[in-house]
Design a protein around this ligand. Structure first.
Ligand code: HEC
Ligand code: HEC
Length: 183
């Protein structure tokens, strides 16, 4: 009987310790997350970036893709045929923009969305499109095509800010979404 009680006591002490360890870890991540509670993805403030990469579409935040993706996209040759468009830049500007993107890329960010993006990608994955990231794809899989590509007010899933009213601030939560033309 004594040994049994002792086993139970040791057992519950262990369980308590374990639950505290788990809590401590969650606490650590929510502490990290507290820096970003308001804005889910770090917004971009660099004027050169916003001007050069925001003329054909909304200037995507660095935290939406890992560094390796930005390096591929910002390659000089790649920019001359950027999804069928010419987005060439002089070397100095290109390097400046690459620095801005790399500094805040998804793999370096502790912000909630960036972490979810990285978690959904495989080791070493470097997609050229944000819209090809499994996490982003899954979040939009139920929206009918006629509200996205077939919607003249949106044109495609790449145009985040057409539906996400606060995309420019890096906010993508479902409270701030409104699909134009949707009744
Ligand atoms: C001359 C116009 C133009 C400029 C300038 C431009 N882009 Fe693009 N970009 C496009 C087009 C067109 C697409 C494809 C959109 C589509 O599929 O609907 C695209 C798509 C993208 C995508 C993929 C979006 C997705 O579907 O997930 C990224 C990332 C991107 N651009 C980054 C950049 C960056 C970074 C710069 C600045 C160096 C830049 N773009 C400058 C025209 C441009
Ligand atoms: C056609 C409109 C539309 C476009 C364009 C669009 N989204 Fe969305 N997005 C939505 C809707 C609607 C939801 C909410 C889905 C739901 O209710 O779960 C959503 C959800 C999300 C979520 C998850 C939000 C949450 O709280 O779980 C993220 C992140 C997101 N979008 C990012 C993006 C990014 C980045 C782009 C551009 C590359 C983009 N979206 C383009 C309509 C759009």
């Amino acid at each position: 009987m004594r040994t049994r009680n002792a086993v139970i006591m040791v057992g519950s002490a262990l369980a308590l310790l374990l639950s505290q360890a788990v809590f401590a870890e969650e606490g650590f991540f929510s502490w990290l997350g507290s820096f970003s509670r308001e804005k889910e993805i770090a917004p971009v403030t660099d004027a050169t970036y916003n001007k050069e990469c925001g003329s054909c579409h909304f200037p995507f935040q660095p935290g939406l893709l890992p560094e390796a993706s930005w390096r591929k996209l910002l390659d000089a040759k790649a920019l001359s045929d950027h999804f069928g468009d010419n987005a060439e830049l002089d070397d100095q500007t290109r390097q400046k923009i690459l620095d801005v993107l790399v500094a805040d890329s998804a793999d370096k960010s502790y912000r909630k969305r960036s972490r979810k993006i990285m978690k959904s990608l495989g080791e070493g994955d470097a997609p050229l499109r944000i819209t090809e990231i499994p996490y982003i794809k899954a979040k939009h899989s139920e929206i009918p095509e006629n509200l996205v590509k077939g919607n003249p007010k949106v044109k495609g899933l790449s145009f985040c800010n057409k539906c996400h009213q606060k995309a420019a601030d890096g906010v993508y939560d479902d409270d701030t979404v409104r699909i134009p033309g949707k009744s």
